[in-house]
Design a protein around this ligand. Structure first.
Ligand code: GLY
Length: 343
């Protein structure tokens, strides 16, 4: 087990890489009432590990990541009679941790919280870095806060109970980290695809660790996404719109979004044909999709409502070679033309 500490201006967060859910008690406060927030599936598989605490169960899936679920959690917390000294423990994938972190951040103006991250996607991205929130009006993460969890337990054993599509989805964020920040890491991701998909413990540890270190350095530099953190949105401008329009897994949509951003990078002569082909190959090695049949006007319309917009322009993340992302500001008009070209 290894610990990575993320230190922001206001807070410290400990990411416990390879820790076991059975050691959870070592991280929980002994002088506070702990309340668990989890989903029905996680409860079924793992409830024995946290049955001693009061539990709030939410429905599975993106459709439950909304303000109705938030109102339900608030009413449950009030019914339990907990006060602002309580500790909220979110146990689940990205949806549960986003919801639990947001609930803890607004209940009685904020209580402390931690996570057990149970999906690959949440270990390498969603549960790390302090973004908490819910969707609204069909658009992702429209309501939320930046607030760091006290700790995140990443127990790799829990990856074995994930649905295959959900597990594979996590590799999109791993590929993203290599593509935007570290060419050597990208090579490692390429070389170890078979072992990673087979959940080889050493390879999974290396991938989660390296991704968490990359994400930690970005978050420490720019927690509130004023500049550098925008690079973590590589593949997400197109990806969020594709996810909204098709309902496919987040990671699958991000994989397609990354391919679109790579093609855009080629159009601007930022990246060579060979590098673009290499990224495509790695996405395919991880059994992720590289394209989808979608109408350009639907995609463009969904993108202009994304929260990454900035007035009538948008910051698209492109690559100037593998391992080097750039923030490319475009007007809506330019984005519209580009979207029609790419579709
Ligand atoms: N998932 C992107 C970020 O945390 O900034």
């Amino acid at each position: 087990m290894e610990t990575k500490v993320i230190q922001t201006d206001r807070q410290q967060s400990r990411i416990l890489l390879g820790e076991k859910i059975s050691n959870l008690k070592n991280y929980l406060p002994t002088d506070k009432k702990v309340v668990v927030i989890t989903d029905d599936n996680l409860y079924r598989h793992y409830h024995a590990a946290f049955d001693q605490f009061p539990i709030i169960r939410i429905g599975q899936g993106e459709t439950n990541k909304n303000m109705d679920t938030m109102a339900f959690i608030m009413s449950q917390l009030i019914e339990m009679g907990v006060d602002r000294s309580c500790f909220v423990l979110g146990i689940g994938g990205g949806i549960v941790t986003d919801v639990a972190g947001f609930a803890a951040s607004i209940f009685m103006r904020g209580v402390k919280f931690g996570f057990v991250s149970t999906s690959l996607l949440s270990m390498v991205d969603a549960s790390v870095g302090g973004k908490n929130g819910v969707n609204s009006g069909g658009f992702k993460n429209m309501i939320g806060v930046f607030n760091q969890p006290e700790f995140v337990v990443c127990d790799y054993e829990m990856l074995h109970t994930l649905e295959r599509d959900e597990f594979i989805s996590g590799f999109a964020e791993i590929i993203k980290h290599g593509a935007i920040k570290d060419k050597d890491y990208f090579e490692y991701i390429e070389k170890n695809a078979d072992k990673a998909i087979a959940i080889d413990p050493e390879v999974i540890h290396e991938l989660v660790k390296k991704s968490v270190y990359i994400k930690a350095s970005v978050v420490e530099a720019d927690e509130k996404e004023k500049g550098e953190r925008k690079k973590l949105n590589f593949g997400h401008t197109f990806g969020h719109a594709i996810e909204k329009l098709t309902g496919i897994h987040h990671g699958e949509a991000v994989a397609i979004g990354m391919m679109m951003a790579v093609k855009a990078s080629q159009k601007f002569n930022f990246i060579s044909h060979d590098e673009a082909e290499k990224i495509k190959k790695v996405i395919e090695l991880y059994h992720l999709p590289i394209g989808i049949d979608i109408k350009a006007n639907d995609l463009f319309s969904a993108m202009t409502k994304d929260k990454k917009r900035d007035g009538d322009s948008i910051s698209l993340i492109l690559l100037k070679g593998i391992g080097s992302a750039v923030i490319h500001k475009m007007s809506y008009k330019e984005l519209e033309t580009l979207t029609y070209d790419l579709c």
